[in-house]
Ligand binder design. Sequence first.
Ligand code: DAH
Length: 334
Amino acid sequence: MPLLDEIEPLKQSAKADFQAAADLPGLDQAKGTWIGPHGKFTALMKQLGSLPKEEKPTAGKAINQAKTELESAYAARREELELKAALPKEPTDFTLPGRRRPLGRLHPLTQVTEDIVRSFRKIGFAVADGPEIEDEYHCFDALNTPADHPARDLQDTFYLAGEEKLLLRTHTSSVQIRVMEKQPPPVRIIVPGRVYRRDNPDQTHNPTFQQIEGLYVDKKVTVGDLKGTVEFVFRELLGEETKIRFRPHYFSYTEPSFEIDFSSALTKKMGREWLEIAGCGMVHPKVFEVVGYDPEVWTGWAFGFGIERIAMIRYGINDVRLFYENDIRFLTQF
Ligand code: DAH
């Protein structure tokens, strides 16, 4: 058969082979069979040299055309097979809802803290901070707490090993001192923070818990200011009908001192009219003296309360340990 007549059938067979390849390895094999270095079509091109001179241009042209055609047939099939390989093996239902990344949320204690902070900000309080590792001076002495006070006992407080008597602060009241040491009056701060006591964990105790301290120092500050402020914040937090009651108490850094009880729909739900929630009082003159404020000029009040207690009442939680277990089933409820 003349060379010229062989071109067309070879080309058609090669094209059919490319088209029949089911996957990329199959296609590569077909490529080898036809247009590879030892391919059948390549062999045909090699015969070109043996043709008589006058046939060469026509045959050469036909062969080149067929070669180009085969190369693009190969490329087109390759593209199809590559796309096929990239598609999922199983049919996909594109109407299914997307997979959502679950959003985290704030811990209930953080939510309560932020709500309290927001209320105090409305009435001009700034947030202050202090170290959790404290010295005895700021935690006790400067707060007029004598050396034989039970809170200072090894049984009650975590002391750190070492020369200096460092400890994990037992209350946020130490930050009152740190702030007053640094700035002249007036002062209007709240201090949310973590505190530590040597308590065994049970339903209502945990060795770590959170408090919010408040301190207000100005001229002519009264217990009325204190009560009004506490009432405003607690009504924002626990509802308009919340009532506040002060009972006389003793704290060494305030005089007079009170415990604050509150009453609301929530306490009634717990079967109680009044529930104790915080300690407070008018800043003791001795505390002003140690920070260099003149107690004849400056007056003030302070309070401190536990955040867990408030969160438990607010959300109806009966075990404080739930806050620290990081059980997602608990946390996602808030
Ligand atoms: N520090 C007290 C406690 O941990 C709470 C407290 C009571 C803070 C009276 C005060 C205060 O600022 O005036 O129980």
